[in-house]
Write a protein that binds this ligand. Sequence first.
Ligand SMILES: NC(=O)C1=CN([C@@H]2O[C@H](COP(=O)(O)OP(=O)(O)OC[C@H]3O[C@@H](n4cnc5c(N)ncnc54)[C@H](O)[C@@H]3O)[C@@H](O)[C@H]2O)C=CC1
Ligand SMILES: O=C(O)C(=O)COP(=O)(O)O
Length: 547
Amino acid sequence: MYKILVTDGISDTGLKSLFDHPHFVVERQPTLPTVELKNIIGDYDALIVRSQTKVTEELLEAADKLRVIARAGVGVDNIDVNAATRKGIIVINAPGANTIAATEHTLAMMLSLARKIPQAHEKTVSGIWDRNSFKGVELYKKTLGVIGMGKIGVEVAKRAKSFGMNILGFDPYLTEERANKLGITKASLDIIAQESDFITVHTPLTNDTRGLINDEYLRKTKKGVRFVNCARGGIIDEKALVRAIQEGHVAGAALDVFEKEPVANPELLQNPNIIVTPHLGASTVEAQEKVAEEVSAEIIEIFEKQSIQNAVNMPQMSGETQAKLQPYLLLGDQMGQLVVQLLKGNAPAKIEINYYGDLIGEDTELLTRTLLKGILSYHLSDSVNLINVLHLLKEQGVSYNVQKNATNKGFANYMELSVSQGKDSAKVGATVLNGYGARIVKINQYRIDIKPEKHLLYVKHQDMPGMIGKVGSLLGDYQINIGTMQVGRTTIGGEAIMCLTLDKKVDANVLRALTLIDGLNEAQLLELASVDSFEAGRVKPQKVESI
Ligand SMILES: NC(=O)C1=CN([C@@H]2O[C@H](COP(=O)(O)OP(=O)(O)OC[C@H]3O[C@@H](n4cnc5c(N)ncnc54)[C@H](O)[C@@H]3O)[C@@H](O)[C@H]2O)C=CC1
Ligand SMILES: O=C(O)C(=O)COP(=O)(O)O
């Protein structure tokens, strides 16, 4: 049973799939301060929040079971994503689910700003019929600068066009071609400043966008410009904005979001040219159902199927790519486990991953993380997962390098994983054979062909007659059934290897007895996590014995 904690006001209808699911228990704590949240967070497997709950590093320190933080919305600036990543916690959001709500709110704010609707409403309900103080301006034929042409920016631009506005768009990802298709003009920030009558921001709050609209930028803007911010407080520097409005350079602003929420700054709240709403951009019935539905569905997928769609701290990839990579993921994890065991207890200092064949055309980031996790999980156990593996690798000072090779290794697809520590090194090569499944086809310098199974016996011996029989009969004496056996050698009569799949684990006595066979130099038991225990996030390999 997985326990889900829901803080902030999240739609019951949207959470229905979780409420109805037999494997999940949902508990609500909508108003708990962070300090108290810290006392209970240790009990939960997943946390669902909106923008109000601050998911800090301190809170996460107490979150020992937490595997998923779900943001029922878009912006994750209230979540310490780095701290979550270090702890191996997946952070997901619901991109797109509130796009229309935020878009419509932006348009509502722009129209309200242009026609002073909130000010006029307030006066009218107070009993004063004032038809002189609220002369507005039209949007028609005005220029709107849209900074951040992502999902919301684009929808705002489309709707503003229907008001007869001329649109200038700025976004590092906006191409000329896309701008033409949207019927807008791709512009620089400076051109937007010089030409816009209205400027609306739709970027996330990042180090780059904090204070993007500051004193210096405001000085470049056209006199009488009006600003809308329904994205994040802090993108427009509030002090600079108030100054520019007081000086009469900026005509007004409509703000839904603030540097500090709830907003208390009287300079903003009492300025007659600034209209405000309390972070309502996503607050529609439809958007709230949709964000909650999306994160609920994803939480179920993550816990039940280990499939992740919208993680902000994991590589994003299409369903098609995920499906293509699926057969390689378990194999990749097993290769990692195998190669580190071949280093005999040493932790690798360097890791080399090489992809060949069909794999070079794929987005292999997830596969790379899986291979690396397989390696690290041997020493770090289940504290390592696909989320924190790169961070842990860095922390351990292990370097890794990935190469995609155009050369062919004789297989339609092939991956090779090499690890080294000082003068010790180990290598495992593997492929997925169409119709036959995963195969380990190389161990160190030896070519072999084995299906990865839970218990493997790796033997180094002299290449001479009778060795296979001796190993086979000794294992038989101990009632150990052999599934498959493969031998490999590089020169006749030189050192050779045997790799056997066994039906059960062999103990140290058997390994010792094997090394007493004349000509047998080394026997090592290799253990792989079974298919059943493979989860995208966690694999628990056993430590190996080797003689
Ligand atoms: N007021 C509210 O209740 C809501 C606020 N939001 C906020 O709106 C913002 C935009 O959301 P979406 O459009 O869904 O996100 P999105 O990810 O689709 O778009 C963001 C765009 O900003 C662009 N960008 C990033 N840095 C930039 C920079 N320095 N200059 C120009 N563009 C830059 C990105 O390239 C991207 O295209 C987010 O901050 C989100 O949190 C979203 C929903 C509701
Ligand atoms: O989705 C976003 O980024 C929002 O800002 C919406 O915030 P909320 O979920 O309404 O607290």
